[in-house]
Each structure stands twice: as C-alpha cells, then as structure tokens.
Design a protein around this ligand. Sequence first.
Ligand SMILES: CC(C)(COP(=O)(O)OP(=O)(O)OC[C@H]1O[C@@H](n2cnc3c(N)ncnc32)[C@H](O)[C@@H]1OP(=O)(O)O)[C@@H](O)C(=O)NCCC(=O)NCCS
Ligand SMILES: [Zn+2]
Length: 243
Amino acid sequence: MRRSDMAGPRRTARPVKETLLSVKAGIRIHPTAIIEAGVEIGAGTAVWDGVHVRGPARIGTQCIIGEKTYIAYGVSVGNCVKINASVYVCTGVTIADHVMIAAGVIFANDRYPRAFTDGMDGLAESGPTADTLATTVHEGATIGAGATIGAGIEVGAFAMVGMGAVVVKDVPAHGLVYGNPGRLRGFVCVCGHPLRGLPQVVQNGRSGSCSRCDRMYSVIEHGAAAYPFFTGVRDVRKPLRPR
Ligand SMILES: CC(C)(COP(=O)(O)OP(=O)(O)OC[C@H]1O[C@@H](n2cnc3c(N)ncnc32)[C@H](O)[C@@H]1OP(=O)(O)O)[C@@H](O)C(=O)NCCC(=O)NCCS
Ligand SMILES: [Zn+2]
C-alpha cells in the first residue's frame, strides 16, 4: 500500500479544492451528497454537503444547491438558480431560471395532508396523489430566508418574498410580499429593489421607477392580476418628474 492511500492525518493536508467537491463534467458534488438515479444535473452546478436529490429530478446548469437541502422527485430546477442551505423542495415544485431560494425555505404541496388514507391501514401513499398541488417559482424571483410557500402557489417573475413570510396566495410578477399571512406590500424591480410610485394597489396608467437603478415600469393588467411591466431606462440627465 502506498503511503498516500492510507487514511490518516495526511488526508486532511490535501488542498481544500480536492477534498470538498468531486468534479465531473464540470459538475461539483460533495462526497456526502446523495444524488439518486434519474437525476439530471447541468454543467457548472455545485451540490454541497448533505444534499439529497431524489430521482427523477432535473437541476440545470450553473446552479448552487446549498448544504442539507432536500429536493424531492419530480422537481425541476432551471439554470443559474441559487438554493441556499437547508431548503425543503417537495414534489410538484418547478423553479425557473435565475431564481434565488434563501436558507431554510420550505415548500408544501398538500393543503389538507394526512399520514393515513381514510378507511385504510398503514401509511398514506408517499408519491404524488390527486392532492399534490403544483407550485412554480418564475424567472428571477427571490424567496427570502425561512419563508414557507403553500401548496399550489405561483410566485411571479422577479417577485420578492420577504424573510419568514407565509405565502398562501399567488404573488404577481415583481410583487413584494411579506408577513404571515403574506400580503402584497408593493413591487420590486428586476434588480430586487422597491419601485417608487407603485404601492400595493396598482392600476392601469400608473407608472413607477426603481429606487436603485434607472429602470421604469408601467402597470399592465393580465386577467385578475395587475403588475409592473418594464418600459425602459430613465434618462438620468432628466429629473424623474418635471418640476
Ligand atoms: C421584505 C423585505 C424585502 C422588505 O424590505 P424593505 O422594503 O426595505 O422593508 P423595510 O425594511 O423598509 O420595512 C418596511 C416595514 O415592513 C416590515 N418588514 C420588513 N421585512 C419584513 C418581513 N420579512 N416580515 C415582516 N415584516 C417585515 C418592517 O418592520 C417595516 O415595518 P414598519 O413600517 O411597521 O416599521 C426585506 O425585509 C426582506 O425580508 N428581504 C429578504 C432578506 C433575505 O431573506 N435574505 C436572504 C439572503 S441573505
Ligand atoms: Zn432596479
């Protein structure tokens, strides 16, 4: 046996890069992660320690899956998605490109769950049933730390869900939602910062601009929802509202 094959203190002396993640086809997976058969992972994605991904599931390119996160079977994660530590992603959830899910977020997929099936012995079916509701987090949205996302929810594109929110209703595109129950409190820009001039009740004809960058928005109505629609970049040489 070569000395380098022996377990012992010499192993800990290996460079951090080698010991933390094994790299295969541009995908970095921590040795303690459990990736089941049928899981597809795109190039450039990193999966950290203690992560468990049930198969089949799909994780896109250039994602980060933070430590101790659980991803159930059937879940689809887009490209360039950042999932922080200890996130619970259940069956029925679809996460689009450029989404951020902060630490400790929990998704739920059954509104009236039971451990048993009424009138039958043993445990209820663990796989999806008629009660399993689909949730989608659309492109560019952020879910803040410790938030809980209820069953069958649509979180609109570029929406922002605050820390600890309990989301029980759909969030419109660019919507800012926080509290328990989560309520619409305003709107945010693509960059994540609040839009001035657009409080939570938006009507056609209103417009607003970002509190941080120069993007401008007008409100459009789509079915029951109204939300800001990017209209262009403010000319920074001119004041926002003519005096
Ligand atoms: C929701 C959020 C975007 C609001 O930011 P904001 O618009 O700057 O809000 P403010 O800090 O000005 O607070 C406005 C009011 O909402 C309250 N508030 C802010 N965030 C809240 C939250 N998550 N839940 C409940 N109330 C909240 C404030 O107490 C304040 O109340 P008041 O007017 O009665 O004093 C932000 O607080 C948040 O939760 N961001 C997510 C952070 C996160 O999870 N990061 C994880 C990666 S590090
Ligand atoms: Zn902005």
